[in-house]
Design a protein around this ligand. Structure first.
Ligand SMILES: [Zn+2]
Length: 409
């Protein structure tokens, strides 16, 4: 059984928007409160909180703080499952960081487990949830499978989305007998082992300039409003926090600019997401095996690049997109160890050229076999070979060489 998520634009009215935000804020506070308790309990008793204890405490908090407001009790109760999930993950992976949720302009409501008790009705263009009431949504995609989860999210630019996760059945695609290696980058988001390159749609100069301009204006407005700084020391470190003349939520120009900046950011993210969806679908349709670095380390070296801010975590996103689609359609994604020197090896004879560590070498000639390499294509070829080797594919599946130079539409 697999899950698929369908996302729709949600159109709450002004009053509903306010209720969504209040509920998200209440859920956030409950989450943070019990996160601390959970950690304390793990340290002292070696165990997390029980659902029974959680509920009893939550009832007290609810009566004191939330009862006479438009807050959904069940939504707060669901925070238990969120916390349970986080701590389970943390016990499997030692490196996982458990953080409090910080307040922000984005918000989300998770009607996860037990969503049935929340859902009043769901039809072709309306969803009805308790307390929030009946909301219109844009039914842009046909949903399939049985509903498993409902998430309402609000983005900083003021738009709302409805995500419906459903249980669906996997439908394996016909094998194609082809494998491909991918090198991920900034300017070219994906370079393939057959020599094709797909340019990052967000790398455009105009959009980058616009984004940095809007962000600069926003920080100017913020700076104008700072009265002075307060210094506190925590764990021996000096922390400077700004004290505002007026709270930022009351500064109309700041808020206007914030939405403007968020709007550009979201447009960047949207076009990137769209591109990633199309590219990952194309790859999954056409290749049985896709080899990729588990973390594009070459990219991390370019941190100072402006585009990095745009791209940030989205390689992880792209890789996980490939992985879940592979899962749906019976394909295989192989992640190559990040310390594999993919760009330094010659993909023909295996000679290791340590000079190529330097990112300035876009093209190089192998001193041993004389082959001329494009840095990224060579890396993609090495990733392909290493991926197949690590999974004990002795030879490349047939049809690998000279595949068509079709373009992504
Ligand atoms: Zn060589």
């Amino acid at each position: 059984m697999i899950t698929k998520t369908f996302r729709y634009r949600l159109l709450p009215n002004k009053e509903q928007t306010q209720i969504i935000r209040e509920n998200a804020e209440a859920a956030r506070r409950v989450y943070n409160h019990f996160l601390k308790e959970w950690q304390r309990s793990r340290e002292t008793a070696g165990l997390g909180l029980s659902f029974h204890y959680f509920t009893r405490q939550l009832q007290l908090i609810y009566r004191q703080k939330f009862e006479n407001r438009n807050i959904d009790y069940g939504l707060l109760q669901n925070q238990y499952y969120e916390l349970e999930k986080i701590f389970q993950k943390a016990s499997r992976n030692r490196k996982a960081v458990i953080r409090e949720k910080t307040p922000g302009y984005a918000c989300s409501l998770h009607y996860g487990k037990n969503y049935e008790k929340f859902l009043v009705s769901l039809d072709n263009d309306h969803i009805s949830l308790p307390i929030i009431g009946k909301m219109k949504y844009v039914n842009s995609r046909q949903r399939e499978g049985r509903l498993a989860e409902i998430i309402v999210t609000g983005r900083p630019d003021g738009k709302f989305y409805l995500s419906l996760t459903c249980y669906a059945t996997a439908t394996p695609l016909e094998p194609t007998g082809k494998a491909i290696g991918l090198d991920l980058g900034l300017k070219d988001l994906v370079v393939m082992s057959d020599g094709r390159k797909f340019r990052n749609p967000c790398y455009g100069r105009v959009l980058r300039k616009k984004l940095s301009r809007e962000r600069r204006r926003l920080s100017q407005l913020e700076n104008n409003n700072i009265d002075h700084y307060e210094e506190t020391s925590k764990d021996g470190k000096l922390i400077r926090t700004a004290v505002y003349r007026r709270p930022l939520t009351e500064c109309r120009n700041y808020q206007k600019q914030r939405i403007k900046a968020a709007d550009v950011e979201e447009r960047v993210a949207d076009s990137r997401r769209d591109f990633e969806q199309k590219l990952s679908t194309y790859l999954i349709r056409n290749y049985d095996v896709i080899c990729v670095e588990d973390l594009p380390i070459g990219v991390l070296k370019q941190k100072r690049n402006v585009a990095y801010a745009l791209a940030d975590a989205s390689w992880y996103h792209f890789i996980s997109m490939l992985e879940y689609k592979a899962n749906w359609y019976g394909r295989k994604v192989i992640k190559v160890n990040r310390y594999f020197p993919s760009s330094q090896l010659c993909s023909r004879c295996g000679y290791r050229n340590r000079l190529i560590k330097n990112l300035d070498y876009r093209e190089w000639v192998c001193p041993q076999c004389g082959m001329k390499h494009d840095r990224d294509v060579n890396a993609a070829r090495n990733i392909l070979r290493e991926g197949l080797r690590s999974c004990r594919y002795e030879t490349l599946p047939s049809g690998q060489a000279g595949s068509s130079k079709g373009r992504l539409s």
